[in-house]
Design a protein around this ligand. Structure first.
Ligand code: ADP
Ligand code: MG
Length: 595
């Protein structure tokens, strides 16, 4: 935060030297930066592509202009422009609840075209295809004063953006960007989170439009076209998705070039197109990455750093004890999970049939079976990602199938995915924080924006949990590493750490040992046993290595071709004739039996 203040003071100081015209150009740069931050949030944080972002800026500009004409006092028109654009953007985001990717991009492009050719030509927007004049109040009569206003606007947006990024609000955005299923498994309501991202993005864009109206003093009907939207996309990609400095600098660059170097202004779209193509190829992280490396290191306010380690594993385990849950979820029960006659079909394929299973509290239960046996599908049925065609699944006597996926996390169920469910571009630490969305639900949007004491208390607790979980799993050396740079085995371990940080009651691990080296495997098995003993954690684990499962688990289920092949104690299952013939094979069975 101090750095923003210093930058702000520096600009104020420099303004005493600049001409009116420079003030105007810098004003455009600021407006452009705010507009690009709006797309940066939507695309960079939440992963929702918008090809019609200029429409939201336009809606803000016309709203502010019309309000100013109706004598609504400054700066109210700018704020109202932001709020109105937020509302419209949330509406435009509605289709994203059902469709994804390219299809969403197409709907936003369509909205951009409707705005350009219809909305912005109406009598109530642009006086039927001409323009609206804005009279500046005395307070901001000069261009330099408008620049100052723009800077204040930019700083306010940056502060809001920072609060979002460092709270559960923004972490939910990042979660849905990379893996919607993981996000839901951690309690993120995927649909509402998308709409929230659209709304915030619309708010920023509307504010940019409002600032624009006061800067230009006229809003013309043909300003906010689809090409402008594409320019914003280019700026965000060139700047680096999700990067502040990249967004501001690349935005400023294009706005500045267009104004100051009129000779090459008409080539700007060509330069943008070229850079848009080259950036993902040469430097996917964009301009922001280079800037952060060379100029802005370190950015102390960008990410809260984990402090020193916790010490020993024993005290770390205590720190990730289950959080307080409602009484109905904390009365001791003997059985946690009961599946009855569960069947899952994918079209004509029967992935699961007649599955009956009981997981008792405090046990480590193994689930084995050949590839394609339906093990992961069973996990997905419990998690709410596939819908069984028949049967029932109860957790602590609650009908799980009646609950949406995100609600199941609140019951104390945490899981990992066979295809690692972490956000690759984010660090291990960030992923640890994403994972605890459910626990962070103790504070809301207002608390997040204002950093209330309650919010800070919760965040501190999450950080403690994150550190402790990394300590338990032995990953403290990788805290600041991006997940995609970790070995496959360490990615799996990081996902296990993320899952246990939430203090679950039932931990479901889908092949946690796959790709993990023998030493680390042994350590993980040991830690899982300790967690069970210390925290009364119940674990359901899918694993191929039969001797490993046999040593870790007290009860084993074996699936084959979607059905239950066998169940029982490790000895019983290992010596079961069906299991041996279809899964283990004779030599392995003998080896396991110690022969
Ligand atoms: P396992 O985890 O035991 O290896 P899976 O549960 O992943 O097995 O898969 C069981 C069967 O269901 C496989 O034949 C697989 O191809 C199929 N299957 C799994 N998920 C889907 C899906 N979403 N759509 C269609 N078929 C699926
Ligand atoms: Mg599987």
């Amino acid at each position: 935060m101090p750095i923003i203040l210093v930058a702000f003071a520096a600009v104020l100081f420099s303004m005493t030297f600049t001409s009116e015209y420079t003030g105007f150009v810098l004003g455009l740069v600021v407006v452009n930066a705010v507009a690009i931050l709006s797309l940066n949030l939507l695309m960079g944080y939440a992963g929702q592509v918008s090809l019609g972002q200029a429409a939201f800026v336009g809606i803000g500009a016309f709203t502010a202009a019309q309000l100013a004409q109706s004598n609504v006092p400054f700066p109210l028109p700018i704020i109202l422009a932001g709020l109105f654009a937020a509302l419209v953007a949330a509406g435009v985001g509605l289709p994203s609840l059902r469709i994804r990717g390219l299809q969403v991009a197409a709907t936003t492009l369509a909205f951009g075209a409707v705005a350009q050719y219809f909305l912005f030509k109406r009598p109530w927007t642009s006086n039927a295809g001409t323009s609206v004049q804005v009279t500046r109040p005395n307070l901001i009569a000069t261009d330099k004063a408008v620049l100052l206003m723009g800077l204040i606007g930019l700083v306010v947006i940056l502060i809001i953006d920072r609060q979002i990024r460092h709270s559960r609000i923004g972490r939910a955005f990042f979660s849905i960007r990379d893996r919607e299923d993981t996000a839901a498994a951690r309690g993120v309501k995927v649909g509402p989170t998308k709409l929230q991202a659209y709304a915030f993005s619309g708010f920023y864009a509307g504010v940019a439009g409002g600032l624009y109206a006061y800067l230009l003093q006229t809003v013309a009907s043909d300003t906010f076209d689809v090409f402008k939207s594409l320019g914003y996309v280019a700026a965000v990609v060139i700047g680096g998705l999700g990067s502040w400095s990249g967004a501001i600098v690349s935005g400023g660059l294009f706005a500045g070039i267009q104004q100051l170097l009129s000779g090459i202004a008409r080539y700007v779209p060509v330069i943008e197109a070229g850079l848009l193509t080259l950036t993902p190829v040469l430097r996917p992280e964009g301009l922001g990455y280079i800037l952060n490396r060379s100029v802005f290191v370190p950015l102390p306010w960008v990410k809260p750093r984990p402090e020193e380690g916790v010490g020993d594993v024993r005290s770390a385990i205590e720190l990730i004890a289950p959080p307080k849950r409602p009484l109905s979820l904390s009365v001791p029960t003997r059985t946690l999970l009961t599946a009855k006659d569960v069947g899952v079909r994918f079209g004509g394929l029967v992935a699961l049939h007649d599955i009956n299973m009981e997981v008792r509290r405090g046990e480590i239960v193994g689930l084995i079976g050949p590839n394609g046996a339906g093990k992961s599908t069973f996990f997905n049925a419990i998690g709410g990602f596939v819908k069984p065609n028949s049967g029932s699944i109860y957790y602590r006597g609650k009908d799980l199938l009646a609950l949406p996926a995100h609600a199941r996390a609140g019951l104390g169920i945490a899981r990992t995915f066979q295809q690692v469910g972490l956000s690759g571009p984010q660090t291990v630490w960030e992923n640890m924080m994403f994972a605890q969305h459910q626990l962070a639900s103790q504070y809301g949007l207002t608390a997040a924006l204002l950093s209330t004491p309650q919010m800070r208390k919760v965040e501190k607790e999450l950080q403690t949990r994150a550190r402790a979980a990394l300590e338990v799993i032995g990953l403290t050396d990788y805290t600041e590493e991006r997940v995609l740079n970790l070995s496959h085995g360490n990615q799996r371990l990081a996902e296990v750490a993320a899952a246990i940080s939430t203090g679950p009651e039932l931990l479901m691990l889908d092949e946690p040992f796959a790709g993990v080296g023998p030493e680390e495997s042994e350590q993980l098995a040991e830690r899982l046993t300790e967690l069970r003993a210390e925290l009364d954690l119940t674990i359901l684990v899918i694993e191929h290595d039969v001797p490993l499962v046999a040593s870790l688990c007290s009860y084993i289920y074996c699936f084959a071709e979607g059905g239950m092949l066998a169940e029982g104690s490790p000895d019983e299952v290992q010596n079961n004739a069906d299991v041996i013939s279809t899964y283990i094979g004779e030599p392995l069975a003998k080896e396991a039996a110690g022969a």
